[in-house]
Design a protein around this ligand. Structure first.
Ligand SMILES: Nc1ncnc2c1ncn2[C@@H]1O[C@H](COP(=O)(O)OP(=O)(O)OP(=O)(O)O)[C@@H](O)[C@H]1O
Ligand SMILES: [Mg+2]
Length: 287
C-alpha cells in the first residue's frame, strides 16, 4: 500500500511538465488564416530552448499566448490548451503568472516606464512584496550580471535600444522566475553583449530555469541551446537537438547567421554543405 503510494508519487513527479502545449491554434481574424496551427510542445525540465523561424512565422504569437497576453489583452481566437506547472494558463492569476514567468516582449520600450533604471528593476520586486533590503541587494546583482551596473542611475528614456533591451531582461531576471520567455532578446544588442547574454541564458538553464528564447539571430545561441523548435508559417516543423535540425534550419531560410561566426567563409550565401559543416565546427568549438 505504502509502496504503491510512493510509486504513484514518483511516477507523478516524473510526468509533471513545466510547460505543456496541446493542439494550440491561434487566429487573429475571425475565419481567415491561422497564425499558429496545431502546436504541441512539452517541456519537462529547465533547459535552454530556442524557438526559431523567419519573420511572420508566429514566434511572438506563441510567446504572447504562453504568457496569457493572447487572448486577454490581444484579441484572437485560441484553440487548444497551455498548462504551466500542470495548471491551465487562464486559471492562473496575473500575480501567479508573473511569479513563475518572466516575459520580455519583442519591443520592451512599449512596456517600460520613464523611471530610473534602478527604480524600473525594483518595480516588479516591490509588487511581488520583496523586503526593501532584499531589493537593494538584488538590483546591483542583476545589473552586474547583464553588465549594465553603470546604467543604474540613468533614466529609461535616455537609454539606447540595446541598453533598454538589457534593462528589460534585468527587470524580469531580478526575481529569478522559474521560466524566462524572451522575444528576440538578441535584437538591437552588439555582438559582445550577445555572447554575454547567450552565456548568461545557458548558465540560468543549468541552474534549473527554463529559458524559451524566441529568436532568429542564432549565431551565439544555437550552440548553447539544448533544444531547438522550428516554426514555419504557424506550424512546428522541427523539435530536437539543434545538431539534428540543420537541414530544416536552411529550409526555412533563417536570416541571421553572420560572417562573424562562419569560419573560413566570407560570402553571405552558403551552400547547404558549407552551412552544415560550419555550424558543426561551431558546436565542436563551443561545447
Ligand atoms: N495583432 C495582430 N493582428 C493581426 N495579425 C497579427 C497580429 N500580430 C501578428 N499577426 C500576424 O500573425 C502572423 C504571425 O506573426 P508574429 O508576430 O507572431 O510572427 P513573428 O515570427 O514574431 O515575426 P517577427 O520575426 O517579424 O517578429 C503574421 O502573419 C502577422 O502578420
Ligand atoms: Mg516577433
Amino acid at each position: 500500500m505504502v509502496i504503491s503510494f510512493l510509486l504513484e508519487c514518483i511516477i507523478g513527479e516524473l510526468l509533471l511538465s513545466l510547460v505543456d502545449i496541446r493542439n494550440l491554434s491561434v487566429s487573429y481574424q475571425e475565419e481567415s488564416s491561422w497564425a499558429l496551427r496545431d502546436i504541441n510542445i512539452t517541456v519537462e525540465k529547465g533547459e535552454l530552448i530556442v524557438i526559431a523561424g523567419s519573420s511572420g512565422c508566429g514566434k511572438s504569437t506563441l510567446a504572447q499566448t504562453i504568457v496569457g497576453l493572447i487572448p486577454t489583452f490581444v484579441k484572437a481566437k485560441v484553440e487548444g490548451t497551455i498548462k504551466i506547472n500542470e495548471t491551465l494558463v487562464n486559471e492562473l492569476s496575473r500575480k501567479q503568472l508573473v511569479n513563475i514567468i518572466g516575459y520580455v516582449p519583442q519591443y520592451p520600450s512599449d512596456f517600460t516606464t520613464s523611471l530610473l533604471v534602478e527604480e524600473e528593476v525594483a518595480f516588479l520586486l516591490e509588487n511581488l512584496a520583496y523586503p526593501s533590503e532584499e531589493i537593494q541587494t538584488r538590483i546591483p546583482q542583476v545589473l552586474h550580471k547583464l553588465n549594465i551596473l553603470d546604467l543604474r542611475n540613468k533614466l529609461i528614456p535616455e537609454l539606447s535600444s540595446g541598453e533598454l533591451q538589457r534593462v528589460a531582461i534585468a527587470t524580469v531576471l531580478a526575481h529569478q522566475p522559474q521560466i524566462l520567455i524572451l522575444d528576440e532578446p538578441m535584437a538591437r544588442i552588439d555582438p559582445k553583449s550577445e555572447i554575454m547574454l547567450a552565456d548568461l541564458l545557458k548558465d540560468l538553464s543549468e541552474q534549473g530555469h527554463l529559458i524559451l528564447a524566441f529568436e532568429h539571430r542564432l549565431d551565439y545561441l544555437l550552440s548553447r541551446a539544448d533544444r531547438l523548435l522550428l516554426l514555419d508559417n504557424g506550424k512546428l516543423i522541427g523539435d530536437g537537438k539543434p545538431q539534428t535540425l540543420l537541414d530544416k534550419i536552411r529550409d526555412i531560410d533563417l536570416p541571421e547567421v553572420s560572417e562573424l561566426k562562419w569560419p573560413n567563409i566570407t560570402q553571405r550565401s552558403l551552400t547547404l554543405e558549407e552551412a552544415k559543416s560550419s555550424i558543426l565546427e561551431i558546436f565542436r568549438k563551443e561545447r
